[in-house]
Design a protein around this ligand. Structure first.
Ligand code: AQP
Length: 332
């Protein structure tokens, strides 16, 4: 089986619809066909300041949401990044292989550090993509299921894997991004030209999966569309309507042309009312399942412990091979 690896930050509490449709949904289906490794990336989370108690709670909350979304610990390896020390160890080797200029070109760092102020951004935030490189290469992943915003980091991973292999001999699998066109980028409901994100979206434009279902329905009903009335998929001319159609189509499995057909002659109100209902049907059981996992922390922690053990056995092997290639004397 080909291998996949991906991660999600535990920082925002609730996952948002972009996280789910862009990434987590693919994780669930890939566990059926791939040897799948998924993690809650708490090392990445501390690249910006975190409250320790909140970070701990949000890490368990993220794991609970992944299970609620359909990850099955019998079918995939689910773990917490900091439980596998090899991530930080391989990241150091990768840091030493990356050019300063190369790292400086990462657009996510530019965006995020601009928001924080360059002097306040941490060196960790700067090297974040390189830790991500280590995350992926440790598992010899063939594919990385992510949203479009991560494409540049997967490119960097490919470059560094090739560079290391070229310099020290074949060591790492060169991974490919697994990005589905329809859900690569879910847009803000109030400004459908920007990505739905926890940092850039306004509260009304961001669907948090753990919000009250009624609040979610309200956000869908007040989504920005346009002054026209035609329900047609056209990213350029009708970004708001197109975003709603993508979300609707992915959550229900109905094709976009089928939906366009269904709403001929009906207004945006009908589309939004129906989509609000679809969203409520999706988030209601999701919230309940998440709560069930949170109510049983022992089971949750033991799933994560087993996942970490399995992840470590793979990660340790890759790290040992890397250290050997680099020229470190093996510890006796
Ligand atoms: N709007 C989106 N559309 C499609 N995919 C998305 N992802 C995030 N936003 C969208 C994908 O979700 C996965 C996890 O991303 P993350 O760990 O970076 O989660 P986040 O920090 O909650 O994402 P944000 O909201 O995008 O964070 P900020 O605001 O900090 O930039 C990834 O695969 C990502 O592509």
């Amino acid at each position: 089986r080909p291998r996949v690896l991906s991660g999600i930050q535990p920082t925002a509490g609730s996952f948002h619809l972009g996280n789910y449709l862009g990434a987590v949904r693919q994780w669930v289906s890939l566990q059926e066909t791939h040897d799948a490794y998924y993690m809650v990336v708490d090392l990445h989370a501390i690249t910006v300041p975190q409250d320790p108690a909140e970070l701990r709670a949000n890490t368990r909350l993220a794991a609970a949401q992944l299970l609620a979304a359909g990850l099955d610990p019998e079918r995939c390896t689910l773990f917490v990044q900091s439980h596998v020390p090899e991530h930080a160890q391989l990241a150091w080797v990768m840091n030493c292989l990356t050019g300063f200029g190369e790292a400086s070109r990462m657009t996510q760092f530019k965006d995020k550090s601009a928001k924080q102020g360059a002097d306040r951004a941490s060196v960790g935030l700067f090297t974040y993509p390189i830790l991500q490189v280590a995350d992926i290469l440790l598992y010899q992943a063939n594919e990385v299921p992510v949203g479009e915003d991560q494409r540049q980091h997967i490119e960097l991973t490919r470059d560094l894997a090739e560079r290391f292999n070229g310099r020290f001999g074949e060591t790492f699998t060169v991974p490919a991004p697994h990005i589905l066109k329809e859900t690569a980028k879910i847009y803000d409901l109030q400004d459908p030209t920007i990505k739905m994100s926890k940092s850039a979206s306004t509260p009304k434009g961001l669907i948090n999966l753990l919000d009250e279902p009624k609040a979610t329905a309200k956000k869908v009903k007040s989504a920005v569309t346009d002054t026209d009335t035609e329900i047609r998929f056209d990213r350029e001319a009708k970004p708001g309507v197109s975003n709603l159609l993508s979300i609707y189509s992915t959550l229900t499995g109905a094709g976009i042309p089928e939906l366009e057909q269904k709403y001929v002659g009906k207004g945006y109100g009908a589309l939004k009312t129906d989509l609000a209902e679809v969203m409520v049907e999706f988030v209601t059981p999701f919230r309940e399942r998440t709560q069930e996992y949170l109510d049983d922390p022992e089971t949750l922690d033991s799933i994560l412990a087993k996942g970490a053990e399995k992840a470590r056995s793979v990660a340790a092997e890759t790290l040992a091979a890397t250290y050997e290639k680099v020229g470190f004397v093996p510890a006796k």
